[in-house]
Design a protein around this ligand. Structure first.
Ligand SMILES: CCCCCCCCCCCCCCCCCCCC(=O)SCCNC(=O)CCNC(=O)[C@H](O)C(C)(C)COP(=O)(O)OP(=O)(O)OC[C@H]1O[C@@H](n2cnc3c(N)ncnc32)[C@H](O)[C@@H]1OP(=O)(O)O
Ligand SMILES: Nc1ncnc2c1ncn2[C@@H]1O[C@H](COP(=O)(O)OP(=O)(O)OP(=O)(O)O)[C@@H](O)[C@H]1O
Ligand SMILES: O=C(O)CCC(=O)C(=O)O
Ligand SMILES: [Fe+2]
Ligand SMILES: [Mg+2]
Length: 331
């Protein structure tokens, strides 16, 4: 049949994947791994062989119309209220774009380009628990699922210095846990996102590489705090602009190199996202690795927020992570 031929193609591809040796070690050394060597997805009933093949090869899959209009409208309403400070959520981190940092702050969604760590807001956190999203997530993480990082990105109209861009990066740079193959990001468009308003841009296939060194890009107009980019990625690598409609959701691997262009419209381009990891992942020590720079920046911020208390990079993740399915075994 068509299905078994596709499955066979997948099998052949997997056998020939040239995986970095450290990724293979982390697979085999893990007690609960049921993906075989070189596979990025689990064999559940959900993904078609074509979808699995596509994730193995490209490092992402895009699912159309996964989140309902009604849910997105509710998230939008809550976002507005959080920005206006009409409701509060402990731990919420708001970000202002570099271009408006020096201007007077008005509590409004137009002044806040991103909120992070909404795990204590029951309404927004509902996004992370949507069953139709978790069904896909499970194909990558297995049954014990932690929501590790939450964001609502509100990319502002570019003020002229291109500060609304997000440099090309790998999300794994921010995470002191492994294995990478047990982490996945779900990113849902809250409206039409296209090249004009700064959609996601991905370099397909880069998830098969290793974690690269990241630092601030040398951009004339400056870059936002913690917006590190990959140093010297191959600018000839084919890029794909992920144009999406409201409710469309992309799932992508944390080693996939991606970013977003500037917003050349007058609207605030909105997307909601959650990074999930298997609760069976384990924390790693990033001392002496390329992740030391981000670990130090995060420690500085937690130190300021929590009155001079030294909180380790790993603990700041353990503190924010929330179980959404199964058992909290390790993370
Ligand atoms: C046990 C407790 C745990 C609690 C943890 C709390 C945590 C911290 C934040 C950790 C963020 C980690 C990011 C992980 C992302 C993972 C996933 C995926 C990949 C990406 O998202 S890539 C991009 C990642 N980076 C970000 O998203 C950072 C976005 N920025 C922010 O969230 C906030 O702006 C930030 C940096 C947390 C600062 O917020 P806050 O501390 O509230 O800000 P202040 O107003 O007090 O400013 C502090 C300091 O920073 C300067 N600043 C502020 N905004 C900017 C900016 N846009 N560009 C440049 N500089 C900026 C500001 O001027 C202040 O500087 P001073 O010199 O005046 O002190
Ligand atoms: N000079 C650069 N160095 C590093 N990254 C860049 C540079 N220019 C753009 N990028 C990043 O590349 C990604 C996509 O850029 P892209 O070229 O699609 O956007 P743009 O330059 O804003 O618009 P367009 O190319 O459609 O005119 C974004 O993540 C952006 O931040
Ligand atoms: O929505 C965007 O612009 C991309 C954000 C992103 O990649 C990130 O925050 O890690
Ligand atoms: Fe990212
Ligand atoms: Mg360009």
């Amino acid at each position: 049949t068509e299905m078994s031929r596709a499955a066979e193609r997948l099998r052949l591809l997997i056998n020939h994947l040239d995986r970095p040796s450290d990724a293979i070690v982390s697979f085999e050394s893990h007690p609960l791994i049921c993906k075989t060597q070189g596979e990025y997805t689990l064999d559940t009933d959900l993904l078609t062989p074509e979808q699995r093949l596509s994730y193995e090869q490209n490092g992402y899959i895009l699912i159309k119309n996964l989140v309902s209009e009604e849910d997105i409208n509710r998230f939008r309403y809550t976002h507005t209220r959080l920005c206006r400070q009409e409701v509060k959520a402990p731990g919420l981190v708001t970000m202002r774009d570099l271009a408006i940092l020096k201007s007077e702050f008005v509590p409004d969604q137009r002044a806040i380009s991103k909120i992070q760590d909404f795990q204590e807001d029951p309404e927004l956190f509902r996004y992370c628990t949507l069953p139709q999203i978790l069904k896909y997530v499970e194909c990558f993480t297995g049954p014990n699922i932690m929501a590790m990082h939450t964001m609502l990105i509100n990319k502002p109209p570019d003020a002229g210095k291109k500060t609304s861009r997000h440099p090309m990066h790998q999300d794994l740079h921010y995470f002191p846990f492994r294995p990478a193959d047990w982490i996945v990001c779900a990113w849902t468009a809250m409206e039409t996102v296209n090249r004009q308003n700064g959609c996601l841009v991905v370099l397909p296939g880069t998830h098969t590489g290793t974690l690269q060194e990241h630092d601030y890009p040398e951009w004339e107009g400056g870059a936002n705090k913690m917006y590190h980019g990959v140093r010297g990625y191959d600018s000839q690598h084919p890029r794909v602009h992920l144009e999406m409609e409201k409710g469309d959701t992309v799932f992508f691997h944390p080693l996939l190199i991606h970013g977003s262009g500037m917003n050349q419209t007058q609207g605030f381009r909105k997307a909601i996202s959650c990074h999930y990891a298997s609760a069976d992942c384990y924390y790693i020590d990033v001392n002496g690795t390329t992740q030391e720079n981000i670990a130090n920046e995060v420690k500085e911020i937690t130190m300021r927020k929590y009155a001079g208390q030294e909180i380790s990079f790993q603990d700041s993740w353990a503190f924010r992570g929330r179980l959404v399915k199964g058992e909290r075994t390790s993370l």
